[in-house]
Every structure is written in structure tokens, then in C-alpha cells.
Design a protein around this ligand. Structure first.
Ligand code: 5GP
Length: 210
């Protein structure tokens, strides 16, 4: 049983281009919320700071962490490895901090299956439409439309995992989406009533996957 003083684990996953990383940053600014910093074998992007956005490591170091059983979860995403080490997470939770995870569906499944003694709330973020997603993906990498097309194909596979999440939230307007997630977290923590329409989400998924 989770203790009242313990923090809560909050996972945000999404297909590429749904705006999840920005939402995680916004949530991390709430008092008492902290982001879990992942390890990755991916190379840093120009705007990324080592030990803040990620711990950037090589494959040997990543394998060492796997062999030492230091990961709570890890997965291969696209061509790189990503993983969450256990001890910083448990440390934060036991001090009453709420921990945010920006991880993919494979990691979310692993954490769910661990059935840790901490409350877990999972969110799957979706774009408002395929058209908006394609625009967002094309803007991200102007050099190569092929990458956007490849990510669209990946989207069709990733979206199918929505069913394993507690809540699916549509990111049409960033501020509204943030508020919706925050309200759902508050309601979960305080056992309040939840404003969530599963039928509406099902219809949205059918439109996205048509
Ligand atoms: P990016 O390379 O764009 O930062 O992240 C690619 C994907 O990897 C995103 O979906 C992100 O959520 C996921 N990811 C980042 N860190 C982790 C992690 O520690 N574990 C898992 N399973 N996925 C991660």
C-alpha cells in the first residue's frame, strides 16, 4: 500500500510530435514535481544539456547498468537505448516528491508490471489530428520530409498502445492540455471526481487510425 507521505509516479507517453516533452517541462514547474532523468545512448541535440535533459552514455556504460540491474525499466526506441535508473526515483518518491516520467510505451508497461508500492498514474498524449501531427513533424526537421513520413508510419503503430494507459489526453491547445492533466492528477491524488470522457477518446482514436 502506498503511504500518504510518499510521492506519486506520473508517466507521460506519446507518439513522436504530440508535444509531450513540453508538457513534462510545464508539469515539472509545479511545486513538488520532479522529472526522472533518463540515460540514453542517443547523441545530444544542440539544445540539450547533459545531466539535465538526459545522462548521455555510450553502449558499454548502458550495458553495465543493465548487468548491474540498475534500471527500473529500459527499452530500445528507434535506434537508441533509453532507461530509467531505479535509485533516484525511489529516493525522490520516498521523500514525498511526485516523479514525472517522459518514457515510451515499452517503459510504461515495464513500470506498470513492476507493481511498485507507489501510486502510478499514466497518460498517453495524442495530437488533435493526423494533419496537425504531420505539420509538427515536418517543422521539426525541415531538412528531410522522409523523416516526417517515417514518423507518421511509426505513429500508426504507437497509437495502438493508448489502451494500456489510465488517461488519453489530446494536445490541441498546450495550456488547456496541461490544465487537463493537472486536474486529473489532482483528482487522482485527492480521490476527487474525474472529468474524463472515454467515449470521446475512442472516437478520436478511430479518426486518427482511419
Ligand atoms: P527523444 O530521443 O526524442 O528524446 O526520445 C525518444 C523517445 O524515447 C520518446 O518517446 C521518449 O519518451 C522515450 N524515452 C526517453 N527516455 C526514456 C526512458 O528512460 N525509457 C523509455 N522506455 N523511453 C524513454
Amino acid at each position: 500500500m502506498p503511504l500518504d507521505k510518499d510521492g506519486v509516479m506520473i508517466i507521460l507517453s506519446s507518439p513522436s510530435g504530440a508535444g509531450k516533452t513540453t508538457l513534462v517541462k510545464m508539469l515539472s514547474e509545479i511545486n513538488n514535481f520532479q522529472v526522472s532523468i533518463s540515460h540514453t545512448t542517443r547523441k545530444p541535440r544542440p539544445n540539450e544539456a547533459p545531466d539535465k535533459d538526459y545522462y548521455f552514455v555510450n553502449e558499454d556504460e548502458f550495458k553495465r547498468l543493465i548487468n548491474n540491474q540498475e534500471f527500473l525499466e529500459y527499452a530500445k526506441v528507434f535506434d537508441n537505448f533509453y532507461g530509467t535508473t531505479r535509485s533516484p526515483v525511489i529516493d525522490k518518491l520516498s521523500k514525498g516528491k511526485n516523479v514525472l516520467f517522459d518514457i515510451d510505451w515499452q517503459g510504461a508497461d515495464q513500470i506498470k508490471n513492476k507493481k511498485l508500492d507507489y501510486k502510478l498514474i499514466t497518460f498517453f498524449i495524442l495530437p488533435p489530428s493526423k494533419e496537425v501531427l504531420f505539420q509538427r513533424l515536418s517543422n521539426r526537421d525541415m531538412k528531410d520530409k522522409l523523416i516526417a513520413e517515417e514518423r507518421m508510419k511509426q505513429f500508426e503503430r504507437d497509437v495502438l498502445h493508448w489502451i494500456n494507459y489510465d488517461y488519453v489526453v489530446i494536445n490541441e491547445d498546450l495550456k488547456k492540455c496541461f490544465q487537463r492533466i493537472k486536474n486529473l492528477i489532482d483528482a487522482e491524488i485527492n480521490n476527487g471526481s474525474k472529468d474524463y470522457d472515454l467515449e470521446f477518446i475512442r472516437k478520436h482514436i478511430s479518426r486518427l487510425t482511419f
